[in-house]
Design a protein around this ligand. Sequence first.
Ligand SMILES: Nc1ncnc2c1ncn2[C@@H]1O[C@H](COP(=O)(O)OP(=O)(O)OP(=O)(O)O)[C@@H](O)[C@H]1O
Ligand SMILES: O=P(O)(O)OC[C@H]1O[C@H](OP(=O)(O)OP(=O)(O)O)[C@H](O)[C@@H]1O
Ligand SMILES: [Mg+2]
Length: 282
Amino acid sequence: MLRIAVPNKGSLSGPAADMLHEAGYRQRRESKELRIVDPVNDVEFFYLRPRDIAIYVSSGRLDIGITGRDLLVDSGANAEEILPLGFARSTFRFASKPGEATGLADLKGKTVATSYEGIVAKHLADSGVDASVVHLDGAVETAIELGVAEVIADVVETGTSLRNAGLEVFGEPIMKSEAIVIRRTGADIEEPKVQQFLRRLQGVLVARTYVMMDYDCRVEQLEKAVALTPGLESPTVSPLHNEGWVAVRAMVPTKDAQRIMDDLYDIGARAILTTAIHACRL
Ligand SMILES: Nc1ncnc2c1ncn2[C@@H]1O[C@H](COP(=O)(O)OP(=O)(O)OP(=O)(O)O)[C@@H](O)[C@H]1O
Ligand SMILES: O=P(O)(O)OC[C@H]1O[C@H](OP(=O)(O)OP(=O)(O)O)[C@H](O)[C@@H]1O
Ligand SMILES: [Mg+2]
């Protein structure tokens, strides 16, 4: 049975459970459940603190985990990213009161408050900057106002939390993060059960980012039309009863669908339809 660690709280937990549900796995009904078995799919899910997941997976007792890239790096655990999942996207950045710092060099001798001590200490050491780090569990934006630190290093998504605290980012982003699937470093990812799990999640990712597009066009316009909708491998082209016309079917990225429909219309394609993809295996 495949044993999988899933975040039980915070920004990662809801989207991770949604993705697993979309991939056809049974998920817990109550937030107090700490583990459930999905006998149909031969999988057991363990609901753990996001921060602890890399540690459990690195021990080898759990086969796979879903966590954040920043949490994996921060833990220093012996686990590696095997699939990015596209949600809980954020950057990890330094911030201070406006005008207090413009780059890493300004950190010398200062105190940096963060919940991600591992990332920050390594970044400072790699950059040869001598600054102290104070660990806080969360709400680190307040640390400057309350005199615990002059600088913070934290997760930034919209920037609202920083703005509300009157702080500004400075320097280059320390890292970009998103939810990822992890496995113990060096463990076999070709194992059939692991591959099947990854294919299911990849199917959800594709279903979320592509739509199916169908349209009719004149044979003379086919090459131009196909250039607009090349599909993943190659579009399906079927003859229509009306001579000189064909029906074309191809997957297109959802974000480009409206523009592609306009371009197809302009070259004479008609009956242009898009439909959602609910699941797929590429
Ligand atoms: N506002 C946010 N937008 C996107 N991703 C976020 C946000 N806040 C945290 N994350 C991501 O979520 C993961 C951290 O999850 P974790 O549950 O520890 O923190 P949290 O979501 O801040 O929850 P809490 O602090 O309430 O426990 C990290 O990968 C981080 O990058
Ligand atoms: O740029 P934003 O969109 O404002 O998002 C970033 C904020 O979200 C998270 O905080 P959370 O609400 O999880 O509180 P925490 O600091 O206690 O973790 C993170 O720690 C930042 O504070
Ligand atoms: Mg948080």
